[in-house]
Ligand binder design. Structure first.
Ligand SMILES: *Cc1c(COP(=O)(O)O)cnc(C)c1O
Length: 413
């Protein structure tokens, strides 16, 4: 058996192909709309899948292939499809699996855009039921014949709940349903959901995978182990002959291709070079976040929520599922909205921006931005209060970050 090398070695020297045998060390950016052929016969073969080849970038492009292979290898899937955004990836995955009359079970406290998408899907006849927590009791209560997928975020943001993948996947598989995991905030450095039992993994690559804050993108990775029952998952019935590849092929040759959500080749290139440093970045980000959380926790009037803190309700998952890491997001409650604003405004280094996963530390007051259209109950279910500050920790020097936050907190008194 081939011996597994380390994460960083694999990222740099994995099996990813970059195309054309011209010995480039990185995939060239195929910034083209279409591909030219010598004869009509050749192009016909490509269209009828009799020979491998690219025809039109919405359907396939070598720069996208390189990026897809790289993420697929990191997650340990049988294939991956890159998308124009994380939302595009989630939409395509759900639309490939579900049709009118079907139901999805989802965790609560999900990314706001995902919750909005579930509302949009209602109009197409796809109904989502939300479980406060995705645990055995809730799932078994919500399961029925119409359920076609369970959807959860591995580490929810900003509520920092951790999905128990082994438990949830076991329940899902018993009911003949795949588990889809949005692993954006965890990244394959911290956890590989497919290894723990998940069937499909999704990332918004706009965040940690790219890391540099320069491209919107998304990706879907198929674990390829789920045994589809085509009488149940009728959305896949035209792809029955492909067996375990049915989902991936319906996605690639149907939903993804026809919805037109391909990633831009330049974004695929930028995300490809971004992910090369994922291991180093996550190591640094998690260390910074851990120490910043501890420093803020020592401040009397601040309540910190971060996974490595022993007081955190999901602390046990740090060792159980997250490879010992707490991720890059921490929240703290400042005492009041005014104090939260005062702290945020006086930070020297952290940027005020509505994003996560950047190498730069980013801060936001979620209640007045990301949750401005939510009711109080919905907001509090996501762990967001009037005085909550969300921090997406970057790779700055730890000493500077801690000093900056602690000073801002002390000056707000
Ligand atoms: C950002 C994000 C998304 C949406 O991704 P986009 O690239 O912004 O479309 C989905 N899920 C999670 C957990 C996210 O953080």
């Amino acid at each position: 058996m081939e011996q597994e090398c380390g994460f960083n070695t694999k990222i740099l020297h994995g099996k990813t192909s970059h195309g054309y045998g011209q010995r480039e060390i990185l995939p060239p950016i195929s910034q083209v709309t279409a591909f030219e052929y010598e004869s009509m016969e050749e192009l016909e073969k490509v269209f009828s899948h009799k020979s491998m080849g690219y025809a039109y970038t919405r359907i396939g492009n070598p720069t996208l292939t390189s990026f897809e292979q790289k993420i697929n290898e990191l997650e340990g899937g049988i294939g991956a499809i890159s998308c124009s955004s994380g939302m595009s990836a989630i939409s395509c995955a759900l639309l490939a699996l579900c049709e009118s009359g079907d139901e999805i079970i989802a965790g609560s406290g999900l990314y706001g855009g995902t919750i909005d998408l579930f509302h949009d899907l209602e109009k197409l006849g796809i109904h989502t039921v939300f479980a406060d927590v995705l645990d055995r009791e809730n799932i078994e209560r919500l399961l029925n014949d119409k359920t076609k997928a369970i959807f959860g975020e591995l580490i929810s943001n900003p509520s920092l709940r951790v999905l128990d993948i082994p438990e949830v996947s076991e329940i899902a598989h018993k009911a003949g349903i795949p588990l889809i995991v949005d692993s954006t905030t965890a990244t394959p450095y911290i956890c590989r959901p497919l290894k723990l039992g998940a069937d499909i993994v999704i990332h918004s690559t706009s965040k940690y995978i790219n890391g540099g804050g320069n491209s919107i993108g998304g990706i879907i990775v198929d674990g390829g182990k789920f045994a589809w029952d085509f009488d149940k998952h009728t959305a896949l019935s035209d792809f029955k002959k492909y067996g375990k590849m049915a989902f991936l092929l319906r996605l690639r040759t149907d939903i993804w291709e026809n919805l037109g959500g391909c990633m831009a080749p330049l974004n695929a290139f930028l995300s490809y070079i971004g992910v090369d440093t994922l291991g180093l970045r996550m190591e640094r980000i998690c260390e910074n976040a851990d120490e910043l959380a501890k420093a803020l926790d020592d401040e009397a009037d601040i309540t910190v929520s971060y996974l490595t803190l022993k007081t955190h309700p999901y602390h046990k998952y740090v060792e159980k599922e997250l490879n010992g890491y707490g991720g890059g997001i921490l929240n703290f409650r400042a005492g009041s909205k005014e104090k939260a604003f005062k702290i945020i405004n006086s930070l020297k280094y952290a940027m005020i921006a509505s994003n996560i996963g950047d190498i730069r530390t980013l801060v936001i007051h979620p209640a007045s931005t990301l949750y401005i259209h939510s009711g109080r109950a919905e907001m509090e279910a996501a762990g967001v209060y009037d005085d909550t500050v969300r921090v997406s920790v970057g790779i700055e020097d730890k000493k500077d970050l801690i000093e900056d936050f602690v000073n801002a907190v002390r000056n707000s008194r």
